[in-house]
Ligand binder design. Structure first.
Ligand SMILES: Cc1ncc(COP(=O)(O)O)c(C=O)c1O
Length: 342
């Protein structure tokens, strides 16, 4: 009997598991009560993140969802409005938290596949100063957006747009470091354009838990209060922050491997006749543009080969190697009957 091969999980980069060295850093973390501000490892992580992004301060949060919500609550008052992409996490996938818990009105709008807004359209969505309307306060951008990286030129334009219209600019940078690695720039070259940024430690950076919200010191002071209200103030949480410090030290530059593997996968899949023009890839996220029925059949076929997907999306990450990519390509070739393009 052959030895079963380990599963290849392409559903998301959130599925990464902490490796031995990260676990070791967690076990040996120096901790204290973070609600008293006395956890040295949390304090070190917050300072490290703020320094890295060249922002005044940072706060450790339980998740990207919590971090985005705290940012909106810090920037807005009840009855204010934030603009976000129709498919953005801050609009679609955060349980309506900003509306439910903050009394904020979302104004969703179309985003191009590049992650960019049409700024002319955006201008029409900003409400006049009139009691009939909610006050438009914040513009959210997502970087990366389904893997697509916002260019520095675009960010500079968006910054000017926000200044012109007196909007605050929040970046959902769940995958901020995928963007900085792809552009080969310091992350601060991206974050210098925004008023606040949330980034996730628990995606490609590979920690089990956590995000950081960074911004001006006054914003992060308010964030401390909102985090408490949301039940996100934790005690000896340095155990988790230690994983974050480890990730910032060891797992940023290696994101390039994930991007290279996604490209390798794209190349292999484009070599299959049926998929030649159906593959889109950006950073660590690849989409196969086929019907839901076809994906469902592929998903079932993959399952027999120990490969996991749940939609048209495939995501590479630190637990996916180039050998794994070869296995995925081989299994896909088998599914499409080896109709390989020459
Ligand atoms: C773009 C984006 N923003 C925010 C989040 C939220 O992160 P979390 O799952 O930690 O709440 C995600 C999670 O998948 C995401 O993809």
């Amino acid at each position: 009997m052959g030895v079963a091969q380990p599963a290849i999980d392409l559903r998301s980069d959130t599925v990464t598991k902490p490796g031995a060295a990260m676990r070791e850093a967690m076990v040996s973390a120096d901790v204290g009560d973070d609600v008293y501000g006395e956890d040295p490892t949390v304090n070190a992580l917050q300072e490290r993140a703020a320094t890295l992004l060249e922002m005044e301060a940072g706060i450790f949060t339980a998740s990207g969802t919590q971090s985005n919500l705290i940012a909106l609550l810090c920037h807005c008052q009840r009855g204010d409005e934030y603009i976000a992409g129709q498919e953005a996490h801050t609009y679609q996938f955060e349980g309506g938290g900003a509306a439910v818990l903050g009394g904020l009105q979302p104004q969703p709008t179309m985003v191009k596949t590049t992650g960019e807004y049409d700024l002319n359209v955006l201008a029409t969505l900003i409400k006049p100063d009139d009691p009939h309307y909610a006050r438009t306060r914040v513009l959210c951008v997502e970087n990366t957006h389904s893997g697509a990286v916002l260019t520095l030129e675009y960010l500079s334009e968006v910054r000017s747009f926000c200044d012109e219209h007196e909007l605050l600019l929040h970046m959902d940078g769940a995958r901020l470091f995928n963007a900085s690695v792809a552009l080969d720039v310091a992350p601060s070259a991206i974050t210098r354009h925004v008023d606040s940024v949330s980034f996730c430690l628990s995606k490609g950076l590979g920690t089990p838990v956590g995000s950081l919200l960074c911004g001006k010191a006054a914003v992060i002071d308010r964030a401390l209060r909102w985090r408490k209200m949301l039940g996100g103030a934790m005690r000896q949480v340095g155990i988790l922050a230690a994983a974050g410090l480890y990730a910032l030290d060891h797992n940023i530059d290696r994101l390039k491997e994930d991007h290279d593997n996604a490209l390798l996968l794209a190349e292999g899949l484009r070599g299959i006749t049926d998929l030649s023009d159906k593959i889109r890839v950006n950073t660590n996220i690849l989409f196969i543009d086929v019907s839901n029925e076809e994906i469902e059949s592929l998903r079932s076929h993959f399952a027999t080969d120990g490969i996991l997907i749940e939609s048209q999306r495939m995501v590479t990450h630190l637990d996916v190697s180039s050998d794994d990519v070869d296995r995925v390509i081989a299994s896909t070739q088998q599914f499409y009957g080896n109709s390989i393009r020459v």
